[in-house]
Write a protein that binds this ligand. Structure first.
Ligand code: ADP
Length: 247
């Protein structure tokens, strides 16, 4: 995945903060004929969990897409402080539950970026896949079909696929949405634990419990930044009421 800079202004006006894994300045992005993000300036702290919070349609997935390098900014700057391409974990719903894939095959797909689609996985690839399965506590499910699993187990398989990419930046779209409370807590705990392994975690969520357990959060409203900082500073009742108010 490529790291993008604004084509018209190749040099960034602000030096990258050493503690930031990603920094964006004046970021605008969207889809043809549909501007979504408006002049966002913020940092994603390295070695921490950051929650992107906001109602449906506020631009969380679009911002993840920009950080993942799949959506090009229309203006502004995005700078990455790491050398590895980010690993992106899409929404569970975007991954067909009926695909005839085992958990192991799903996680092995995380190695394709490195190995290519047709080359055999190496011994090291298999060791990386085993480590990712173990890290998510799903080694015993490796031979099971993805479609047979609970939502929480499937989510852990997708996170393991992200980990198998061996990136230091994991981007997740709504990892806890639709899960029961126990599975939500389990996923949130896993994400916090990954930071101790040297991973910077960014997840889009409208699950306020998950957002409150993050180290930092960015609050989005209609593609504008409505708040940034620690969850207790940002997720105040008044800020949330404003953001969730119908326009
Ligand atoms: P969130 O993740 O907060 O729900 P999104 O980033 O998915 O928000 O969407 C922001 C806005 O962009 C919404 O109005 C949505 O309809 C629009 N949008 C999302 N994806 C596309 C797309 N592929 N083409 C056009 N518009 C899109």
């Amino acid at each position: 995945m490529k790291i993008m800079f604004n084509k018209h202004r190749p040099s960034s006006p602000t030096p990258l903060d050493r503690t930031a894994r990603v920094h964006f300045t004046g970021l605008c992005a969207g889809y043809p004929g549909r501007p979504v993000l408006h002049e966002l300036s913020a940092s994603i702290p390295a070695l921490a969990t950051t929650a992107l919070v906001g109602p449906n349609g506020s631009g969380k997935s679009t911002l993840l897409g920009v950080m993942a390098g799949v959506i090009e900014p229309t203006s502004g700057h995005v700078r990455h402080g790491g050398s590895r391409p980010p690993a992106f974990v899409p929404q569970r719903g975007a991954v067909g539950d009926t695909l005839p894939l085992t958990v192991r095959q799903t996680v092995e797909m995380g190695r394709w970026g490195e190995r290519g689609l047709w080359r055999r996985l190496t011994r090291r690839d298999h060791a990386t896949v085993d480590a990712a399965l173990d890290r998510l506590g799903i080694g015993d499910l490796a031979a099971r079909q993805l479609g047979e699993l609970s939502g929480g187990q499937r989510q852990r398989a997708l996170i393991a696929q992200g980990l198998a990419q061996e990136s230091d930046l994991l981007l997740l779209d709504e990892p806890t949405t639709g899960l029961d409370p126990e599975a939500r807590v389990r996923i949130t705990t896993v994400l916090a634990d990954l930071v101790t392994d040297g991973v910077t975690v960014v997840h889009a969520t409208h699950d306020l419990e998950a957002a409150r357990s993050a180290d930092a959060c960015l609050l989005l409203r209609d593609g504008h930044l409505a708040g940034r900082g620690s969850p207790e500073d940002v997720l105040t009742t008044s800020a949330l009421t404003q953001v969730w108010q119908p326009a």
